[in-house]
Design a protein around this ligand. Structure first.
Ligand SMILES: [Zn+2]
Ligand SMILES: [Zn+2]
Length: 272
């Protein structure tokens, strides 16, 4: 089945991102993904499966694994709506697309010392960046270096917004992500489980969640339904409850979550 992608500035602030479940702010870049389902034997298409799912720009690289994206992303010129974006957003989208699809690092984000050195990087800044690449020394493994540069560039381009976090909190989370970057998906899930946090999502999502709760303290279980695992929207700090599966009723139960003015006590992160 064909994957279709579109990009636009969100027309309203009502749609939620399918990856992080936060609202997508009006007039910010969002990606739409839909699938063209072939008609079944009866000639009828299942239109329910064709709806567009929307993603924040910064969540898009996490909605599927890197391999999947590499294989399934079409050429950039097949992404609908690109030409309608403001020029700087077009560049951002093109950069991200090329990174995800081919691992091409945009010139403006290339590590210093490369042949196509970015004009904006002063030699001083390059030295202070701590990349550890001594100029002139040939990289032993070019391919590995290229891969690393690409994933760093993706991370930079799509860093979770700072939102309501203080500079210190934001920096601490970033630092912690480097510390735990080598953890496996299973390890991250164990750590989240230990702290009674959600364990769904791709590796970058798990890592982000673990580090955020490590730094800020863990979100407690929902104070309203006593079951759901709360999540915080980075942009405004709002807490939402995803609801929970009600065993007795045999169905999913929705929950409004705590009131906006309720004070939530975060719990200290447990290592074991
Ligand atoms: Zn999102
Ligand atoms: Zn709840």
């Amino acid at each position: 089945m064909a994957h279709k992608f579109q990009v636009e500035l969100a027309k309203s602030g009502r749609a939620a991102c399918k990856q992080c479940k936060d609202k997508i702010d009006k007039d910010t870049v969002r990606f739409g993904w839909s699938q063209d389902i072939p008609a079944g034997d009866d000639g009828v298409k299942n239109y329910a499966m064709m709806g567009t799912k929307w993603y924040h720009f910064h969540c898009f690289p996490r909605f599927k694994g890197a391999k999947w994206l590499q294989t399934n992303l079409p050429d950039l010129n097949e992404v609908t709506g690109l030409e309608c974006l403001p020029v700087e957003d077009q560049t951002k989208v093109a950069d991200l697309w090329n990174l995800l699809k081919d691992g091409t690092v945009p010139a403006s984000m290339a590590p210093s010392g490369g042949a196509a050195g970015p004009a904006g990087n002063s030699p001083g800044a390059a030295g202070a960046s701590g990349s550890g690449d001594a100029a002139g020394k040939p990289a032993p493994k070019k391919l590995a270096g290229q891969k690393r540069a690409a994933s760093t560039a993706i991370e930079e381009l799509t860093a979770e917004p700072q939102g309501v976090l203080t500079d210190a909190e934001y920096a601490a989370i970033k630092h912690q992500k480097q510390q735990w970057a080598k953890k496996s998906v299973a390890q991250l899930k164990d750590m989240l489980k230990m702290n009674n946090l959600q364990v769904s999502g791709t590796k970058p999502a798990l890592l982000e969640r673990a580090c955020e709760n490590f730094v800020l303290g863990c979100l407690p279980v929902c104070t309203v339904c006593q079951k759901g695992k709360l999540q915080m929207a980075r942009m405004d700090g709002a807490l939402t409850c995803p609801g929970f599966y009600d065993e007795a009723l045999g169905r999913y139960s929705r929950c409004k979550g705590p009131a906006a003015d309720e004070r939530i006590q975060r719990i200290m992160w447990k290592d074991e």
